[in-house]
Design a protein around this ligand. Sequence first.
Ligand code: BTN
Length: 254
Amino acid sequence: MVADSLVRYLEETDSTNRVALELAGQNAPAGSLVVAARQTAGRGRLGKVWLSPPGRGLYFSLLLRPELPWADLPKITLAAGVGVCRAVEGITALAPRLKWPNDVLLADRKFCGILTETGPVVGADVPVVVIGVGMNVSSRSADFPVELRSRVTSLGIESGIDYDLDDVLAAVVPEIKAAVAALERGGFAGILAEWRQLDGTLGRELDWLAADGRPVRGISLGPDDEGVLRIRDRDGHIHAVLSGDLSLAGTVRQ
Ligand code: BTN
């Protein structure tokens, strides 16, 4: 028997991803959701902080136990990005775009970030995955630190409409679940095809700071058939981007 998933709403926590991983360690069922009104130490990719003031942003973590080999787990972030875009397209007239691996953009500015983390394996050999999503919903420019303002945005800034946080949550979570379920059914090719349609940086110049600290500037060739981003530098060398910091050339990533 599969236990009912749980939903935990918190007024304040350090990080919904941390709480969800803790719940995973206590054997919380797949589908469990942790939502916070504000986070004091929201986690971003590469050890960055996700600013999480109350009221205008959505911060949640979805716990899943996907029937996927460990090697396929990075594909979950790509699937989650597709899910976010489907949901935003469904409830707004906006056209979100993806920036590999985990950013969702509007007008080239980031309004949503996804952080997928894996948790402890309890019993069976099924991975525990926490998909953390931070989204600027009705944030105003003044809500962001000055140094970020030119690179970030929100649904509200782009549409002129203040969407209700609960409505956005109710749209996004099922789309992420559906996209990950498609992966489990062996549907990565379909997810990747959709991701490529939504690719906001294909053919554009990217700055990549490789994990060893080497800076690379090159044209994005988009993700390969395994979802690994490729960049062609000026010498024609093609780099496989497995991790590290990535930004549109001339900008600095949030
Ligand atoms: C990124 O763009 O670097 C990823 C940001 C992910 C932020 C979300 S907010 C909810 C969840 N809990 C966290 O601590 N982080 C994610």
